[in-house]
Design a protein around this ligand. Structure first.
Ligand SMILES: C[S@@+](CC[C@H](N)C(=O)[O-])C[C@H]1O[C@@H](n2cnc3c(N)ncnc32)[C@H](O)[C@@H]1O
Length: 310
């Protein structure tokens, strides 16, 4: 049975042991809180940097957070205990992209960027985005940097490079535009982090002592759990990378460990197919092509499952 490339704990090609990949998370836990409105749910989430685990715990849920990468899990444990954020591989790549953008496009330099990120009105935000940030210079730069044979594609491990959408430059610009046209920037820490590398002034690093933190492949955790042990699972984008065998094993494990009527949340970086983007436009992090929320039916197969739409 094929495993998952996430097991290597490395986003970039090359040899070596697992690394810290994510210093913070790029998933808007507001979606999880919206679909789990009643406190007290038994929720299993992916640990990553711990943000979603902390938010679910703060909302009164009983949280187990699992990560397959021991370095990432140790970091999440330390971060939730001490409230300290450090840079992982993802942040290093984004920092490089921002430096290049700032060198080429004046509106991407800190004072102008912070003024844009302090706006509250999505209509005005969309206007400023189109007029000042999404300039021909930025488009040229993104086209070159994100082309299929470009630096990003070469740097990433092949399983992850395969997930990056075609014409990712246009896709990413569209996802950012959709976000700024929908959600107030000033209250969007994910957008601040993506565009400017910092949080909005006064934002605290999440801390929580409640979540149980487990280093494991989440498929194994779910397989070993008693049937129906969870009311919900939120699985990040762990299917971006592995092949169909892993996806099948995950689906079976979820159906075993989540009770009938329970909720499954999963994200993907890929562009949506005919089934649509689901909650992606509600996710303020601006990055996702698909965010799916599913309520499991009582049967063994997917037939009785119901998609929850925003
Ligand atoms: C899927 S990655 C993507 C980053 C994520 N979207 C975020 O914003 O942090 C998130 C985390 O999932 C972990 N992961 C991936 N596959 C896993 C699996 N099968 N079991 C447990 N953790 C997994 C990775 O080690 C990583 O820390």
């Amino acid at each position: 049975m094929k495993g998952t490339p996430w097991q290597r704990g490395r986003l970039l090609a090359g040899a070596g042991g697992p690394r810290l990949l994510f210093g913070r998370m790029y998933e808007d836990w507001g979606i999880e809180l919206t679909v789990l409105p009643e406190p007290g749910a038994r929720v299993l989430c992916i640990a990553s940097a711990g943000d979603t685990a902390a938010a679910l715990h703060d909302a009164g849920h009983d949280v187990t957070a699992v990560d397959i990468n021991p370095v990432q899990l140790a970091y999440a444990r330390e971060r939730l205990a001490c409230g300290r954020t450090t840079e992982g591989s993802a942040e290093a790549m984004m920092r490089l992209g921002r430096h290049i953008a700032a060198a080429m496009v004046p509106a991407w330099r800190q004072p102008a960027l912070r003024a844009f990120l302090s706006l509250e009105d999505p209509v005005e935000q969309a206007r400023v985005w189109r007029a000042e940030l999404d300039t021909p210079g930025l488009r040229r730069l993104m086209r070159v940097a994100l082309r299929p044979s470009g630096a990003l594609a070469v740097a990433l491990r092949p399983s992850f490079a395969d997930v990056v959408p075609r014409r990712f430059d246009n896709v990413l610009r569209r996802r950012i535009e959709r976000t700024v046209a929908t959600h107030p920037n000033a209250r969007n820490p994910w957008l601040w982090h993506l565009l400017c590398g910092t949080e909005p002034p006064g934002t605290a690093v999440p801390t929580a002592s409640g979540p149980a933190l487990v280093c494991d492949d989440v498929v194994h955790t779910l397989e070993q759990a008693p049937a129906g042990s969870y009311d919900a699972v939120t699985l990040s984008n762990i299917l971006d990378g592995p092949g169909p065998d892993f996806a099948r094993r995950l689906r079976t494990a979820v159906r075993h460990a989540v009770r009938p009527g329970g909720v499954v949340v999963i994200r993907s970086f890929r562009e949506p197919g005919p089934a649509g983007a689901g909650w992606a436009s509600q996710d303020r992090s601006a990055l996702w092509g698909i965010v799916r929320v599913i309520r499991l039916g009582g049967g063994r197969g997917p037939r009785e499952d119901r998609r929850i739409e925003p």
